[in-house]
Design a protein around this ligand. Structure first.
Ligand code: SF4
Length: 89
């Protein structure tokens, strides 16, 4: 079940995470989370201070149906691919 936590970010409980097979990424650049505070996306490897900090970020941005659109790295990656596949006249 989704809940909004004190910081206004969406939190997902362990049951929902398990139902999704532990992979909740919605952002197209999301790759995986490792134990502790590490998370990989196509644009960067993140090292958070602990698991809770990682979860707060991932569920507030990467796995959030709207939040991922506001991630500065997602916007930068979109621009990267726009440049990469731009047609030159
Ligand atoms: S929301 Fe941002 S940090 Fe998360 S996977 Fe997408 S680009 Fe990476």
């Amino acid at each position: 079940m989704e809940k909004i936590n004190a910081s206004g970010l969406m939190a997902v409980d362990a049951e929902s995470e398990a139902e999704a097979g532990g992979r909740l990424g919605i952002c197209p650049y999301y790759k995986k989370e490792r134990g502790g505070g590490q998370m990989n996306c196509e644009g960067a490897t993140f090292r958070f201070p602990d698991r809770l900090a990682r979860r707060e970020y991932v569920y507030g941005f990467c796995a959030h149906p709207e939040g991922y659109k506001m991630c500065p790295l997602k916007i930068a990656m979109d621009h990267f691919y726009e440049r990469k596949y731009a047609y030159h006249e």
